[in-house]
Each structure stands twice: as structure tokens, then as C-alpha cells.
Ligand binder design. Structure first.
Ligand code: ATP
Length: 309
């Protein structure tokens, strides 16, 4: 794979001196889906706006397809499609005309065959003559994507593509995004929904307080940091973990009614059998047991708060 977008030591301070980006380095590979995760105010929108040239960097550089966003703005910007968070469509315009208009803004020649292809891909072809105000929220979001694709960008930014969208529509949107990637578009999406990153991303980048904390293949991240927890629920509460179980490194649940054992699923011996034997030998009576896989969300919360998942 080759790098399509390269961000080097990017810094952005707003008027008043607030440093929203503190030296971001990130390379995006052609054809990947990268999810940019971060808490509110982490700098996600600032990063996207700076990459797209909407906001000017204080220092550092961004190149798209080898074009520098400052020195070769037009060439770099032409390679980018941006789907904003806010729905900013002209209510009385038709779907077809909205998308045609976006293409025109980039000075590209009229190409209705291409627009037809885009609208069909986004299941909007039947609605091409409808006015925007007649569309549902989910359709409007797809129109935003169609507009962003109209000038044939190689990289598509989706800023919170499914914010406020119901579960079913969110899943439709995930399918749309995956299909776009299949057609060769590189995708960078920001999201608050961890399951969205889990469902779609090839790589995950975590940003907090203007710094990238980690960029990693999603599967490696889950394998490296994902753990499993066994919860042993007791009939009687305990005030401390009994000495007889000290070797198992257990935590006591909040109400004292459960013992929590964390283990590596991939380990040859998980230690579960000997733990359960020792629990019985210690005279504790089990009410129930359950297991839980740590998710990308646990990993994310752990990273952002500076703890292990
Ligand atoms: N125009 C501005 N002037 C001053 N500070 C700003 C401006 N825009 C953003 N900020 C600050 O920069 C920081 C990063 O904001 P940004 O909008 O990039 O975060 P975000 O990760 O996109 O957050 P959210 O998830 O809430 O959309 C925040 O502390 C914000 O208050």
C-alpha cells in the first residue's frame, strides 16, 4: 500500500493561544478506512479542517497525493471529499442539481453519467428529482456523501457520519462506507460511536487533547489490549479477597459479592480451572459465573484516562 495522505508535526493554536493540535503525525494508506476516535474537544474537527485547508495550520505540513495543502492548495483539495457533521443542504434544490453544483464548484466538467453512478451507489437515484426538503434524515446524509464524491476525490472525510441516526440507518451507512472503500476511496471517519470504529475501521487512531495517542490496526489493537474477565458471583458478600486465593490476583467487585479474574484468552492455560477449585476449597459458594470480553470501548476509555484497559 502507498501513503495517500501524510501529516507531519501539525500544530494549530487558536487566537488566544489555545493549542488544539500539538504536533500530529499520521500517514494514511491508500484504500484504508481509518477511524479517528477521541473525546469531545480532542481536536478531531480541527484536524480535519486543517487537512482540508479550511483552517490554517500554525506549523507542520499536510500532503495529499504528494500535493502540499498550503503550496498546492487546489491540487491537494481536489483529492479530498468532505462530508461535514452538519446537514447544510439547500432545501428547495433537487438531489441531482445539488450534486451537479458541488462538482461544478471544483471546476470539473459536467458529467451526469458519473453522478448517476454515485446516486445509484448511494440508493438515491430514485430520488434524483426530489427536493432536499422531501428527503428523510438518512437520505440527506447520503446526499452529503454524494456531493462530497461528485468531484471524484481519492480521500473521503466523514465527520461523525451517523451522529443522531438510528441504529438501522447507522448500519446502512456502514454498508455504504464499506462499498465506497471497495471502489477504491480512502476513508477517514471521526466518530463517538466506538462500535462504528469496531465495525468498519481497518486502523484506529486515538486523539486526546490535541495529541495522537495511538495508531494501530484494529485487529492488532484488540488482540494486544483485549482481555477477558471472569466474574464469580458469590452467595455471601466478602470484605476482602481471601488469603487462600491471593495467588490468583483477583479483584473484589464493588458490592463484595463478586470476584473478578482477568485473563488472556490466547494463553495456553487461562488458570480458570484452578481458580474455581480454589474458590470451592476456600468454602465460598457460587451463585453464578459470567465472562466478558473487553471491547474497543474499554481500550479507548483506558487510553484516554491513562490506564490500561
Ligand atoms: N475557533 C476556535 N477558537 C478557539 N478554540 C477553538 C476553536 N475551535 C475549536 N476550539 C477548541 O479546540 C479544541 C478542539 O476542538 P475540536 O472541535 O477540534 O474538537 P473535537 O475533537 O472535534 O470535538 P467534538 O468531538 O466535541 O466535536 C477544543 O478545546 C475547542 O474548544
Amino acid at each position: 500500500m502507498s501513503t495517500i495522505l501524510s501529516i507531519t508535526d501539525l500544530r494549530k493554536s487558536y487566537a488566544g493561544g489555545f493549542e488544539a493540535l500539538k504536533g500530529v503525525n499520521l500517514d494514511i494508506e491508500e484504500g484504508e478506512i481509518l477511524a479517528l476516535l477521541g473525546p469531545n474537544g480532542a481536536g478531531k474537527t480541527t484536524l480535519i479542517s486543517t487537512i482540508c485547508g479550511i483552517s490554517t495550520a500554525s506549523s507542520g505540513s499536510v500532503t495529499v497525493g504528494g500535493h502540499c495543502i498550503e503550496r498546492a492548495y487546489r491540487a491537494a483539495r481536489e483529492m479530498i471529499g468532505l462530508v461535514p457533521q452538519e446537514i447544510n443542504l439547500e432545501p428547495f434544490e433537487t438531489v441531482m442539481n445539488s450534486v451537479r453544483f458541488s462538482r461544478g464548484l471544483f471546476g470539473k466538467p459536467k458529467n451526469d453519467a458519473l453522478i448517476e453512478e454515485i446516486l445509484k451507489k448511494l440508493s438515491l437515484w430514485d430520488k434524483r428529482k426530489s427536493q432536499i426538503k422531501e428527503l428523510s434524515g438518512g437520505m440527506k446524509r447520503r446526499v452529503l456523501i454524494a456531493k462530497a464524491l461528485s468531484h471524484e476525490p481519492r480521500v473521503l472525510f466523514l465527520d461523525e457520519p451517523t451522529a443522531g441516526v438510528d441504529v438501522e440507518l447507522r448500519k446502512d451507512m456502514w454498508d455504504v462506507v464499506r462499498e465506497l472503500r471497495e471502489s477504491g476511496v480512502t476513508i477517514i471517519l471521526t466518530t463517538h460511536y466506538i462500535e462504528e470504529a469496531e465495525a468498519m475501521a481497518d486502523r484506529v487512531a486515538v486523539i486526546a487533547a490535541g495529541e495522537i495517542l495511538l495508531v494501530e490496526e484494529k485487529s492488532d489493537l484488540m488482540a494486544r489490549m483485549g482481555k477477558k474477565e471472569l466474574q464469580v458471583i458469590l452467595t455471601e458478600p466478602l470484605s476482602t479477597v481471601p488469603q487462600a486465593l491471593a495467588q490468583h490476583e483477583l479483584r473484589l467487585g464493588e458490592d463484595g459479592r463478586s470476584l473478578i479474574y482477568t485473563y488472556d484468552v490466547k494463553a495456553e492455560r487461562t488458570g480458570i480451572t484452578s481458580l474455581l477449585n480454589d474458590v470451592a476449597a476456600a468454602g465460598l459458594v457460587l451463585a453464578d459465573v459470567s465472562t466478558r470480553q473487553s471491547s474497543l470501548e474499554d481500550i479507548f476509555v483506558g487510553l484516554v484516562s491513562g490506564e490500561d484497559a
